[in-house]
Design a protein around this ligand. Structure first.
Ligand SMILES: Nc1nc2c(c(=O)[nH]1)N=C([C@H](O)[C@H](O)COP(=O)(O)OP(=O)(O)OP(=O)(O)O)CN2
Ligand code: ZN
Length: 114
């Protein structure tokens, strides 16, 4: 019986879409929220699938906090593309990753899975 272990973390970053309805968007920032979903097929003796703290520390290391996302990624940093970029990174560490959800605001976000 599988479980999905979920961890959410916020980061602050600026970005602009390089082609927003035909022209570059003005530079602006968001407090982004990232949530990762990792499948656990079994639990350890303590009842954990994957330790929240370990995942959170990993996210802390890799999330591009206080950056310009256009400098970090070689694609237009939409929520969709940021979700895909982060999925690739998290998947290297956690092969059981199911999906990554990225929220630009409280109400607008995108998720990526394969
Ligand atoms: N599918 C997507 N749509 C949009 C994305 C995206 O990543 N994926 N991104 C943007 C912009 O980057 C932007 O974040 C939208 O900004 P926002 O400030 O919310 O735009 P508003 O005009 O609504 O601004 P207000 O502050 O609410 O006036 C757009 N779309
Ligand atoms: Zn934006």
């Amino acid at each position: 019986m599988p479980w999905i272990v979920r961890v959410k973390r916020k980061f602050n970053a600026a970005h602009f879409l390089t082609d927003y309805h035909g022209k570059p968007e003005p530079l602006h920032g968001h407090t982004w929220t990232v949530e990762v979903f990792i499948k656990a097929e079994e639990l350890d003796k303590g009842g954990m699938g994957v330790d929240f703290v370990e995942i959170d520390n990993f996210l802390k290391d890799i999330l591009p906090d206080y950056t310009l996302l256009n400098d970090v990624f070689d694609f237009s940093p939409s929520a969709e593309n940021v979700a895909k970029g982060l999925y690739k990174k998290v998947k290297e560490k956690y092969p059981n990753l199911v999906k990554v959800v990225v929220w630009e605001t409280e109400t607008c976000g995108a998720e990526y899975y394969e």
